[in-house]
Design a protein around this ligand. Structure first.
Ligand code: FAD
Ligand code: NAD
Length: 465
């Protein structure tokens, strides 16, 4: 049995863990990171990156397929496109592999030791790792738990056969003829839309009364409209009851109690994710939990001294950039810097068609907090750039305090709006006021002019409407 010791041990090399380890290494902290699979975690291997690759491929294919079907406003005509999904998946795997190597290289450059294997706590300062070379014992002064999250399985629809998770969906080499997606949240809508564009007949089953219940209806409406245009059927207020006895179909109870049978070559279950809190010895260190997640304070400290937790294992919002920001902060704390979680907001971006962005408070949230607000909304249909992109749906909406015009939140829905999320977040973090947005020259013609005009609308004098 080998033994090593370090100042900081990070468990899990997802975006939270590997960023924490790299930053700690940069700051001269003697750091070891343990990863059971490939570096990059859920995000890089089976989440953010591969799903966005598939969405891009589906967008490209869908565009050509529409032209081939005779949609010819631009004067472009093409013949029917073909699709070799196995090649698409190989291309996606190539990107993932490049990034895996990139993460390993960055860890090495920062002087971090990467140990491959499954880690398990013996006590708060000792971890055992089952490696290919045998058991490795690591003694450490401080630990960061960054074990991430995993897919949730429905008891009536266990994974296997036609019932697949998002991880399986990203490795399919043939487009299913019929696909039923259970859950109309982030993953269900992103992947459901992609498979519809690739040619599958998609039905989405959602338990709540509408799609994307986490966003307000103004934001989800353009997405719902697009799903109709793509031929995606959406069944809301419905619950999946299991595989139909006839096979290759899903039994569903509709909102009115009616039994439905939905034909399905594949059933993609995307009903949320759960923290990975089992198998690594939580019982040995007995940390406080909160609704299935590790409980942390504003410095990501758990209930045990010297033990931190970051990322999905600590709960919502389960987003890669939150894990990254927590990882960077904890590395600095371990290196002796004074840091605490002081971010104004964690931006949320849903890569649906069109994309949705939400940063900070919605109007309802601000009002519920007792704040009097001024808000401005500007539609993309009045933006020249949106017309040139043939995508005029959606809007940008700004919520500000009525008294001093400090921005509280920015939401938007529209094609390519994901790229505006950084300017929305920057405005909030910098404490911008409506007048700052109005005084900033926004390049023309760009979608970002929607942000300028929403600011002007909140001040009562939009120009282009
Ligand atoms: P993870 O990325 O889950 O990494 C945890 C790592 O720890 C894993 O590699 C695991 O193998 C390892 N590990 C766990 N236990 C042990 C152990 N005991 N020993 C050794 N190693 C261990 N988020 C976004 O912000 N934007 C998106 O567009 C987006 N798209 C997504 C699409 C899909 C299909 C999915 C599933 C998720 C998506 N997410 C997205 C969410 C994002 O992937 C997660 O929020 C992010 O990966 C969380 O990072 P993490 O570091 O906390 O954990
Ligand atoms: P989600 O929470 O976004 O959506 C789950 C949906 O399933 C909800 O609308 C819920 O009402 C519905 N649901 C739950 N049980 C159901 C049932 N029995 N039958 C029918 N519907 C049911 O979860 P997700 O889509 O699995 O994504 C998990 C997490 O991954 C997200 O919360 C997010 O944090 C992260 N993610 C982020 C992005 C992004 O940032 N673009 C993309 C993908 C995933």
């Amino acid at each position: 049995m080998k033994e090593i010791s370090c100042k900081l041990l990070v468990i899990g090399a997802g975006p939270g863990g590997y960023v924490c380890a790299i930053r700690a290494g940069q700051l001269g902290v003697d750091t070891v990171i343990v990863e059971a699979r490939r570096p990059g975690g859920t995000c890089l291997n089976v989440g953010c990156v591969p799903s966005k690759a598939l969405i891009h491929a589906a967008d490209e294919f869908g565009k050509i397929a529409r032209l081939a079907e005779g949609e010819n406003r631009l004067g472009i005509s093409v013949s029917k496109p073909g699709l070799d999904l196995a090649r698409t998946v190989a291309w996606k795997d190539g990107i993932v592999s490049r990034l895996n190597h990139g993460v390993s290289g960055l860890l090495k450059k920062a002087g971090v030791k990467l140990v491959a294997g499954w880690a398990r706590f013996r006590d708060g300062k000792t971890v055992e790792v089952e490696t290919e070379m045998g058991l490795q014992v690591i003694r450490t002064e401080q630990v960061v738990i960054a074990t991430g999250s995993d897919t949730v399985e429905l008891p009536l629809l266990p994974f296997g056969g036609p019932v697949i998770s998002s991880t399986n969906a990203l490795t399919l080499t043939e487009v299913p003829r019929t696909l039923v997606v259970v859950g109309a949240g982030y993953i269900g809508l992103e992947l459901g839309t992609a498979f519809a564009k690739l040619g599958a007949a998609v039905t989405i089953v959602e338990a709540q009364s509408r799609i994307m219940p986490q966003y307000d209806i103004e934001l989800s409406r353009p997405v719902a409209k697009r799903l109709v245009e793509l031929g995606v059927e959406v069944v809301t207020g419905a619950s999946a009851k299991g595989l139909a006895p006839t096979g290759e179909a899903l039994s569903v109870e509709g909102a009115d109690g009616r039994a439905l049978t939905l034909p399905a070559d594949k059933i993609l279950v995307t009903v949320g994710r759960k923290a990975v809190t089992e198998g690594w010895g939580l019982e040995a260190i007995d940390l406080d939990t909160n609704g299935g997640f590790l409980r942390i304070d504003d410095q990501c400290r758990t209930s045990m001294r010297g033990v931190y937790a970051i990322g999905d294992v600590t709960g919502e919002p389960m987003l890669a950039h939150r894990a990254i920001a927590q990882g960077e902060m904890v590395a600095e704390i371990v290196a002796g810097r004074k840091r605490a979680w002081d971010r104004v907001s964690v931006p949320a971006v849903c890569f649906t068609d069109p994309e949705i962005v939400s940063v900070g408070l919605s109007g309802e949230e601000a009002k519920a907090a007792g704040i009097e607000i001024s808000s401005g909304l500007f539609p993309f249909k009045a933006i020249g750039r949106a017309m040139t992109l043939e995508r005029e749906e959606g809007f940008v909406r700004i919520i500000a305090r009525a008294d001093n015009h400090l921005l509280l939140g920015i939401q938007g829905v529209g094609t390519g709006i994901a790229e505006l999320s950084a300017c929305f977040s920057l405005a909030l973090e910098m404490g911008a006021r409506l007048e700052d947005v109005a005084a900033t020259i926004h390049a023309h013609p760009t979608q970002s002019e929607g942000f300028l005009e929403a600011g002007l609308a909140a001040l009562g004098h939009p120009i282009h409407i």
